[in-house]
Design a protein around this ligand. Structure first.
Ligand SMILES: CC(=O)SCCNC(=O)CCNC(=O)[C@H](O)C(C)(C)COP(=O)(O)OP(=O)(O)OC[C@H]1O[C@@H](n2cnc3c(N)ncnc32)[C@H](O)[C@@H]1OP(=O)(O)O
Length: 411
């Protein structure tokens, strides 16, 4: 039987998605999740690998716009729904899909490809670097208190229905303000506003349906939180947990007020947060950071598909003029020397025959791209080589970001 890789047809979606679910263990998603993924699938950007009429490989790409340092939203392929059947693994099926996909992304003119990995070991070979981390926390709210800056009396907290269209609009406006400020976030495309409120099967684990509380000042929505409550009891009494899904606010007072609300819900003694920015301010407001059990994990993996266009698309915190010698075995069109000249206003990045100042692979460029991983730290790990003395600290300062890059949700 011949193996065929081809673009996905809408009529094939159920079989294709069934193959994906099976590769992830075979536990079906909720109806809401499946419907959302069906609606969000971009068929002409998805491929299936077929062994006869059996789907043995899946991969898709969303046409995202990713916020980068400087606030520009850059076209980026959001690599998603990647799987290979257990019967066909380790025969190069994934590599064939990644080859096709990166060639496609290049032809679509998107300078970046991004993904979240089921296992971080998979994607380095295709040129991805870990560009963002996320912070998780398990906070003992029976012991930990949160400090609220003055002015909280002006913030009104109001419980609302999370899927009310007016509520969604107000929350999306708060989200959009954050996208402009923080690299790594995705500008919302039509349909994606359903993502934060889709029923993700948490209810099965004994959790409440999604709950939403708005923070308002003078009648304007200035923040919101989405969460589940998981009530539990033992012989000494209640010990429920708040499972945080989202929390955004436009100012520090609204932000702290929402956290304080979550900390003080009766019959609960813990807040669990699975995906917060690495520099989330709550860490600096709590009375006992050790009892917050903080942990960092890799999140967004980023690949410059066109090195020149990618480096030109962002701005640089301090002036920079360096020549990179780039290696890229999987996408050799990026190999060679590139001169990057830029500052906080803009940048150019062009091929050059000049001497190289720094040598690195495309993985390190991807890791450093959003400003969350420093080139200097990568050099100390032996992954960036300084050729011209001074070039490392110049480039490292220029690439850095004042605010930690963060991807708030998977895709
Ligand atoms: C963006 C996303 O959607 S992430 C989700 C990824 N999907 C999953 O995790 C679902 C379960 N796993 C799978 O479906 C498959 O095992 C995949 C997709 C991870 C790998 O597919 P395969 O077709 O087996 O990969 P392929 O044969 O092309 O492997 C290429 C190389 O990567 C290595 N590799 C692939 N997957 C893994 C892994 N999970 N762990 C370690 N090495 C791996 C292979 O050993 C091979 O190495 P080599 O070139 O040195 O021989």
């Amino acid at each position: 039987m011949t193996i065929e890789l081809r673009v996905l047809e809408p009529a094939e979606w159920d079989t294709w998605y069934g193959a994906l679910e099976l590769a992830f263990g075979g536990v079906p998603e909720t109806v809401g999740e499946t419907r959302l993924m069906r609606d969000l699938t971009e068929f002409d950007r998805s491929v299936g690998v077929w062994d006869g009429d059996e789907c043995v490989g899946t991969a898709g790409a969303f046409s995202f716009r990713l916020s980068v340092p400087g606030g520009v939203q850059v076209p980026a392929a959001g690599v998603t729904m990647v799987s290979v059947a257990a019967t066909h693994r380790r025969r190069g099926v994934l590599t064939s899909m990644m080859r096709r996909q990166l060639d496609d992304v290049r032809s679509w003119g998107e300078p970046l490809a991004v993904l979240t990995a089921s296992e971080p070991v998979i994607y380095g070979r295709y040129g991805y670097g870990v560009a963002t981390e996320h912070l998780s926390a398990e906070i003992d709210t029976s012991r930990v208190r949160i400090a609220i800056p003055g002015g909280s009396d002006e913030v009104r907290l109001r419980r609302v229905k999370p899927d009310d269209p007016a509520v969604r609009d107000a929350c999306e406006a708060v989200y959009a303000a954050e996208v402009a400020a923080r690299p790594g976030m995705l500008a919302r495309r039509p349909g994606w506003e359903r993502h934060p409120v889709v029923d993700a099967g948490k209810v099965r684990d004994g959790m409440s349906a999604l709950q939403c509380v708005l923070a308002e000042r003078d009648g304007e929505v200035v923040g919101f939180t989405l969460f589940h409550n998981k009530p539990e009891w033992d012989r000494s009494g209640p010990k429920g947990t708040i499972e945080l899904r989202d929390l955004y606010a436009l100012d520090p007072v609204a932000y702290a007020s929402l956290w304080d609300f979550l900390f003080s819900i009766d019959l609960t003694s813990a807040v669990r947060a699975g995906n917060r920015p690495a520099d989330d301010p709550f860490q600096y407001l709590v009375s006992d950071v050790r009892r917050c059990r903080l942990r960092l994990r890799d999140s967004l993996h980023l690949r410059p598909v066109e090195v020149g266009a990618a480096l030109e698309a962002r701005t640089y915190r301090t002036p920079v003029d360096v020549v990179f010698e780039v290696t890229d075995a999987f996408c050799p069109w990026n190999e060679g020397r590139w001169r990057l000249s830029g500052d906080a206003k803009g940048a150019t990045c062009e091929r050059t025959a000049d001497q190289a100042d720094l040598a690195l692979s495309v993985n390190e460029l991807g890791a450093a791209y959003l400003g969350g991983v420093s080139l200097a730290a990568l050099a100390r790990a032996g992954r960036v080589r300084e050729i011209r003395p001074g070039a490392l600290s110049e480039a490292s300062a220029a690439f850095s970001s004042e605010i930690a890059p963060w991807l708030p949700h998977g895709f």
